[in-house]
Design a binder for this molecule. Structure first.
Ligand SMILES: Cc1cc2nc3c(=O)[nH]c(=O)nc-3n(C[C@H](O)[C@H](O)[C@H](O)COP(=O)(O)OP(=O)(O)OC[C@H]3O[C@@H](n4cnc5c(N)ncnc54)[C@H](O)[C@@H]3O)c2cc1C
Length: 442
């Protein structure tokens, strides 16, 4: 798709990012129609905030990105030195390749491969390759708003299946008791990004932050914890914990939904009640990844159904490595329980004990080291990703994402309305959408 255009642009002396921008503009319907001439503050330097900054830069709009932590990345990060390949701390799979991220992969010729390795289930104290019964639990229209756990029981699955249902819910960053079978089903009807999960030979982090992050790095002010957004007059005033004040014509807020729910940021005047109610109806549970390095590959590539951690994945899939790294992908109450332990060592011990039970002591015997990435404890994230909670409704995300007074705009993965929340490409799509809205403002 890009080949002929790439040749043309190369000949015209334009680099790949210019090419990407042109493609972005085409999708945004932007060019001479550009109206907005003011300045923008973006709050949050994750995938959505950085990509919005990139678009504004290319459009020649003045902008600043205020990031609370000491670096950009948000729920994406890169760990080097732990293994012989760089590790993605947060997002690591491209979910489907029919998306803006799929286009970036193609453009930058990132090396990705389909991760379609075999599953093993820890079921009734045994590791087995196939479950006795299918747990396909969200398969029809018009479901009552039941949780995954309740729906599974209604479908006649025995309580032995609950740990497996928990691991399914964990993929959605939720507990089976809180994740709505109905809204997951309905939101997934909108999914248009293609099938399959792809691993990056290098890192997903670099695809976004080495390419687009580098473009806007000079506009990012780190350690800027926004605590107040005053939109009571013509200019929006944004204040930080350290007493800095910024003023802008438009503000794009891309912080995680947990931050909006917990009122870390005061809005003056307060946001409309229907909007704050919508925030509260979107779920976001605890989330943690623990990378464990072993001296041998004694484990299956995907292990579902553990009571301490419902899902373990072989991180070496798709990587050029001699190392054996298993990820404990812990979500919901399991992540809360581990996060409450008093040290990383206690977390690691609990996981090793579970793996030892599954693999007859081989985990401890082969253990070389571990790295704990706890997003629940990360002060400006406080969870994994948004999920469709029992009690939400069809318009919840749309109301949460509505702009306010033509000056406050809302992006980030939880504000995705295409069924692509919980993903990097979903976060980036909201950057597109909100920049388009801003550019149409006078
Ligand atoms: C463990 C884990 C695994 C995942 N795996 C995948 C995967 O394989 N594939 C995939 O596509 N997606 C995955 N995701 C989801 C993906 O990482 C997110 O959807 C995406 O990165 C969210 O980007 P964002 O810009 O919306 O939010 P964030 O990345 O959270 O960025 C928001 C930023 O706002 C900042 N902030 C918060 N409060 C303030 C404040 N008061 N002032 C200023 N700044 C503030 C935060 O520090 C943060 O940097 C995963 C997420 C997690 C946690």
């Amino acid at each position: 798709m890009f080949d002929s255009r790439r040749k043309f642009l190369k000949a015209a002396g334009l680099g790949s990012l210019a090419l990407f921008f042109l493609s972005s503009c085409k999708k945004l319907g932007l060019s001479s129609k550009k109206k907005f001439k003011g300045n923008v503050i973006i709050i949050g330097g994750g995938a959505a905030g950085i990509y919005a900054g990139y678009l504004l830069k290319e459009l020649g709009i003045e902008f600043t990105i205020l990031e609370a932590s000491d670096k950009m990345g948000g729920r994406m990060g890169k760990l080097t030195g732990f293994s012989d390949y760089p590790i993605d701390l947060g997002a690591q799979w491209m979910h489907g390749n029919q998306s803006i991220v799929g286009e970036m992969v193609e453009l930058f010729q990132a090396d990705v491969s389909l991760d379609d390795t075999e599953y093993m289930y820890w079921f009734e104290n045994e590791l087995i390759p196939t479950l006795p019964k299918s747990v396909d639990i969200f398969d029809k229209d018009g479901l009552p708003d039941l949780s995954f756990a309740d729906f599974a029981m209604q479908k006649g699955l025995s309580p032995s299946y609950l740990p497996i249902i928990e691991s399914l819910a964990g993929d959605y960053g939720a507990d089976a008791s809180d994740l709505s079978a109905r809204w997951v089903y309905e939101e997934e009807q909108n999914w248009s990004s293609g099938e399959g999960d792809y691993k990056f030979k290098e890192t997903f982090y670099d695809l976004i932050f080495s390419n687009f992050g580098a473009q806007v790095a000079n506009n990012v002010t780190v350690n800027s914890i926004v605590n107040t957004i005053d939109y009571s007059s013509d200019k929006v005033l944004v204040s930080t914990n350290s007493g800095q004040q910024f003023s802008a014509d438009k503000v794009l807020i891309t912080v995680p939904i947990t931050i909006l729910q917990s009122n870390d940021i005061s809005f003056v005047p307060p946001l409309p009640v229907n909007k704050t109610t919508a925030f509260s109806k979107i779920g976001m549970g605890a989330g943690m990844k623990v990378f464990m390095k072993f001296s041998s590959h004694f484990f299956a590539d995907n292990i579902y159904g553990g009571a301490v951690c419902a899902a373990y994945f072989n991180d070496a899939i798709g990587k050029n490595t001699a190392d054996h790294v298993l990820i404990a992908f812990v979500m919901g109450q399991q992540a809360e329980a581990l996060s409450a332990m008093n040290s990383d060592q206690s977390i690691i011990n609990a996981l090793l004990a579970e793996l030892d039970t599954m693999y007859n002591g081989q985990a401890s015997a082969n253990f070389l080291g571990a790295f704990v990435q706890d997003y629940f404890k990360a002060p400006f994230i406080r969870g994994a990703y948004s999920y469709s909670k029992v009690g939400m409704n069809k318009n919840t995300r749309a109301i949460a994402a509505e702009s306010v007074n033509s000056c406050l705009f809302f992006g980030g993965e939880a504000m995705n309305l295409n069924g692509h929340h919980q993903t990097v490409h979903g976060a980036i799509e909201t950057a597109y959408r909100e920049v388009m809205k801003i550019m149409k403002e006078v």
